[in-house]
Design a protein around this ligand. Structure first.
Ligand code: PGA
Length: 253
């Protein structure tokens, strides 16, 4: 299975910035076999992305992703929300759900995250389900317990359909801090998540488990070489074309 390298731009970008970044990515992306690539970019720029995809063949295979999706079905009084069906209308292949910044700043619960994954799956959008422990959790020896609880909620709401999801392990203490989990720490948690998926579906081997948290050009190869690391969810380094391209280059194709 190809690895998946997904960029999470978060609340970054502008028409001018995106034009330069996407053009540089298009020029650097191999058209030869490469890892699967996705870009989770702010919704107002989806149309710009599509225009540039039409212009640069190298961008055509890049999957578009949203950074969140509503837990409610389409059509309803939910100001500010984006329904999974709307994502589908824009050919969004992925939607990040349960990112730690949304859990922290928007009070998203495990149940809400599970419903978001459910809505995405029901519309043919692949949820990228984020799980991860805080520094306090890790220091208390609760890492496995926390990530298993977060994933269990999503499995409970989706049953064997979980085989259609992507999971991302993102230790909260490593996000945007420059402090990365070691390859061994990542592999340990990924193996626990894989075992949990195996108990839920016979197709757990096809669920990609991404690592996220200060992945960069220097540490990507080591992290991506771990047996249960199936790709990366990249924040800061996805905003720099050279760094993002070198992470893609380090991934299995
Ligand atoms: P980072 O972010 O690569 O900047 O640590 C990763 C993420 O939050 O998805």
């Amino acid at each position: 299975m190809k690895q998946l390298i997904a960029g999470n731009w978060k609340m970054n970008g502008s028409l001018e910035f995106n034009q330069a970044l996407l053009t540089a990515l298009a020029q650097g992306l191999e058209t030869a076999p490469r890892a699967e690539v996705a870009l989770c970019i702010p919704a107002p720029y989806w149309a710009q992305f599509r225009v540039l995809c039409a212009q640069y063949p190298a961008l055509k295979g890049v999957g578009l992703g949203a950074q969140d999706v509503s837990a409610h079905p389409g059509g309803g009084a939910y100001t500010g929300e984006l329904a999974a069906a709307m994502l589908r209308d824009f050919d969004c292949r992925y939607a990040i759900v349960g990112h730690s910044e949304r859990r922290q700043y928007h009070g998203e619960t495990d149940d809400a995250v599970a419903q978001k994954a459910r809505q995405a799956l029901s519309c043919g959008v692949t949820p990228i389900v984020c799980v991860g422990e805080t520094l306090a959790d890790r220091e208390d020896g609760r890492t496995f317990e926390v990530v298993k609880r977060q994933l269990a909620a999503v499995i409970h709401a989706n049953g064997p359909c979980i085989s259609e999801a992507v999971v991302a392990y993102e230790p909260v203490w490593a996000i945007g801090t420059g402090r990365t989990a070691t390859a061994e720490q990542a592999q340990q948690v990924h193996a626990v998540l894989r075992a949990q998926l195996m108990a839920a579906t016979a197709r757990a081997d096809r669920v990609r488990i991404l690592y996220g948290g200060s992945m960069n050009a220097a540490n990507a190869a080591d992290l991506l070489a771990q047996p249960d690391v199936d790709g990366g969810l990249i924040g800061g380094a996805s905003l720099k074309a050279a760094d993002f391209l070198s992470i893609i280059g380090a991934a299995r194709r």
